[in-house]
Design a binder for this molecule. Structure first.
Ligand code: ATP
Ligand code: MG
Length: 158
């Protein structure tokens, strides 16, 4: 479906903002303009739900979660940054593998199956995008993904 990604992303963040506990704050770096993309909204909702719930799950008291959309020449780059526990360098690429969880002891008490990001990767790839993460242990994690975007498209909507 062709949808306005700005609205779509804001609505997902609103839903988390209404249900999250008070200990984390949200920051949005999201353009005001409509950004039309052709996506399966159910699937990209699942991608964002998992990335955002991870960010919340691994955030400390008072942590900030920052949401960003960058408009690149042929894609939108979406980022979710947290100030959580972070991921060791040698594991940061493995978190997209099925059932991979960084620290069994640490993550066991937080729950989950280790499938969320593997499913997210599959769905982003099916849209012709890419997904990756950068992280510093003890400082936080940023998960990035891209979706194909044609800036010319906007003209036709005006
Ligand atoms: P599920 O999503 O199936 O409920 P999960 O959250 O453990 O379980 P993934 O979302 O696939 O699984 O994440 C895989 C692992 O990557 C997590 O178990 C965790 O160790 C690590 N991880 C993911 N996101 C973050 C993050 N924002 N900060 C720190 N570690 C993370
Ligand atoms: Mg998860």
């Amino acid at each position: 479906d062709w949808i306005n990604f700005t609205d779509f992303f804001n609505k997902i963040i609103d839903r988390f903002e209404m249900t999250k506990s008070g200990h984390v704050s949200f920051i949005r770096n999201i353009p005001n303009d409509a950004l039309y993309v052709d996506i399966d909204t159910d699937k990209i909702t699942q991608v964002l739900d998992n990335i955002i719930s991870n960010a919340l799950k691994y955030s400390p008291e008072g942590g900030k979660v920052t949401f960003t959309i960058d408009i690149l020449p042929s894609e939108l780059q979406i980022r979710v940054k947290d100030e959580g526990v972070g991921i060791p360098q040698e594991s940061v690429n493995k978190i997209f593998d099925r059932f991979y969880r960084v620290d069994k002891a640490r993550t066991r008490k937080l729950g989950g199956t280790g499938l969320g990001l593997a499913i997210a990767k599959e769905m982003v790839f099916a849209h012709g995008g890419d997904i990756w993460a950068l992280s510093k242990e003890g400082q936080g994690t940023t998960v990035y993904f891209t979706l194909p975007y044609d800036p010319e498209q906007e003209d036709e909507w005006e």
